[in-house]
Write a protein that binds this ligand. Structure first.
Ligand code: SF4
Length: 236
């Protein structure tokens, strides 16, 4: 019901603004989101390079006055948990951690061990998609760092759009950016990044499903390597 009202309120506005939005800078898109939704919008991040650029941008616009959440699957790399601490210290914010309903041992008791190797879609559903759905139900809009050049699924992402899957506004300020843009921003603004990036982990998710990639390979080819899975289901 709340989402129907939201769609009525913002669906038309977004449609009208759409041609202009395409020319907005990431900072303008972020500003629109913060001004439109206040405390009901939050950045969602897994703290990859694109996410870090976006977080830094938000901090430069808002100080510590913005919300940031992450889906903590309990299978993240130690380097990622350490980066989360660095982010909290540098930007003075508290990251909202969203967990799966079951702990890893509980999941193992119900579904067996290493579910990611037998049914990664189910594992992602339990540990990522359902927790995200729960989190998004308390928001009017979410901000992501997805880019059109990352996967085929993401190639049609708009900078601001109605999220049909989760029923709220979705804001993708750097949808049109490339690796070059992200890396340039990170260098110019001295943004902290996950040290795994320097070890060839160009897209970083859960430990069991993330592998380093060869020089020049597609960044996301190290995710669910050896399978045709390219998305965890958050951005489909
Ligand atoms: Fe499970 Fe792998 Fe998905 Fe993480 S990325 S939730 S370990 S299948």
């Amino acid at each position: 019901m709340r989402h129907t009202a939201l769609k009525d309120e913002f669906g038309e506005q977004i449609a009208k603004l759409q041609p202009a939005i395409e020319n907005w800078s990431p900072q303008q898109v972020l500003t629109w989101a913060f001004d439109s939704f206040g405390g009901d919008v939050a950045i969602s991040s897994a703290f990859g390079a694109s996410g870090m650029a976006l977080i830094d941008m938000a901090a430069r616009l808002r100080g510590a006055d913005f919300r940031l959440f992450t889906i903590d699957t309990a299978f993240l790399f130690p380097e990622t948990y350490h980066l989360m601490q660095r982010i909290e210290q540098k930007y003075g914010i508290a990251i909202e951690r969203v967990y799966a309903a079951q702990s890893p041992p509980e999941q193992e008791r119900e579904y067996g061990g290493a579910l990611w190797s037998r049914d990664p879609d189910l594992c992602c559903k339990l540990r990522k998609v359902e927790p995200l759905r729960r989190k998004l139900s308390e928001l009017a809009a979410w901000i992501t760092s997805i880019r059109r050049d990352q996967t085929e699924n993401r190639s049609s992402a708009r900078k601001i759009e109605w999220d049909l899957k989760f029923g709220l506004v979705k804001v993708n300020p750097i949808a049109c950016w490339s690796d070059l843009d992200v890396n340039g921003y990170i260098k110019d603004h001295d943004v902290p990044v996950n040290p795994l990036l320097d070890q060839g982990y160009l897209s970083i998710g859960c430990m069991p499903c993330t592998f380093p990639v060869e020089d020049g390979a597609d960044a996301r080819s190290g995710r669910w390597s050896g399978t045709d899975k390219t998305e965890c289901g958050l951005h489909l």
